[in-house]
Design a protein around this ligand. Structure first.
Ligand code: 0L1
Ligand code: MG
Length: 262
């Protein structure tokens, strides 16, 4: 497959994001045999296009980190993408549906490292030793594909549906908490719509960061100090509607909220 083709598809996905228009998944017509490795090459082209437009990477994110989501997609390994500065929404502020296609929200724990971490064979213990602090987050995913329908390579190419992120204000040292036991509720308009604990993320969110460092190593890359890393959904993702008041509460980590407008 030519790199020109990958560039064209990256541009198509970027245009879909900017114009807020869903497109047919790549594997339905353009490249039915798209592999995971090729999908990451398309993702890389997409990331480069965003950087050329003046955007900056805030940090990487892991997706499909729960056993349930992996089983649903019939995959053995999570996937990763990137969060950009224009995706960060202030805690407690409003987000307009007019900026997005069909957004969904999920509750996550984010890490900030104070040392670079390069795979291979990084462990959860090494991640915790290199962590400056952890913080609560809401991730808003917004697949650029029609009806959120895609295969694994499609969603990798689409920067793992990354769209918006809201970070909470409470920063905690990881040793102050048992992150796998951190209970989390995701409420909309006062009603709990999803719940879970940190252990839903590959047994412990630090395992997700370790796996990410090891996956990045395969492409000659690493986790960098200061980046904010999203570890993956503790809860399922819930479709957002106009008027939704979204609040995720995390045991010992505080809460993160956002209001959805039209
Ligand atoms: O952050 C995520 O877990 C999303 C990964 C992509 C799958 C989806 O869009 O549901
Ligand atoms: Mg996520």
């Amino acid at each position: 497959m030519s790199s020109q083709k990958f560039k064209e598809i990256a541009k198509l996905l970027l245009d879909a994001e900017i114009e807020k228009k869903e497109v047919l998944r790549i594997t339905a017509d353009k490249i039915p045999e798209l592999t995971v490795d090729e999908a990451y090459l398309i993702q890389k082209e997409l990331i480069n296009l965003k950087i050329q437009q003046g955007l900056s990477v805030v940090g990487p994110k892991m997706g499909l980190t729960s056993r349930a989501k992996m089983k649903q997609m019939n995959v053995e390994e999570p996937i990763y993408g990137y969060i950009f500065d224009n995706m960060v929404v202030q805690e407690g502020s409003s987000l307009s549906l007019s900026e997005l296609i069909h957004p969904k929200v999920e509750a996550e724990i984010a890490f900030v490292l104070d040392k670079d971490l390069a795979g291979p064979a990084i462990s959860g213990v090494q991640v915790l030793a290199a962590t400056k602090y952890v913080l609560p987050a809401l991730e808003i995913i917004d697949s650029r594909y029609e009806n959120f329908q895609f295969t694994l390579p499609d969603v990798i190419a689409d920067n793992t549906s990354s769209a918006r992120v809201v970070f909470g204000n409470q920063l905690r040292r990881p040793e102050e908490l048992e992150l796998d036991l951190v209970g989390t509720t995701l409420s909309i308009n006062g009603e709990i719509r999803a719940l879970g604990a940190g252990g839903a993320v590959l047994g412990h969110p630090a395992h997700s960061v370790a796996m990410l460092a090891n996956m990045l190593h395969r492409e000659g890359s690493k986790l960098k100090a200061g980046q904010i890393i999203l570890t993956g959904g503790i809860t399922e993702a819930i479709l957002l509607e106009n008027g939704d008041e979204v609040v995720a509460k995390f045991d010992q980590l505080g809460q993160v909220s956002i209001k959805i407008t039209d």
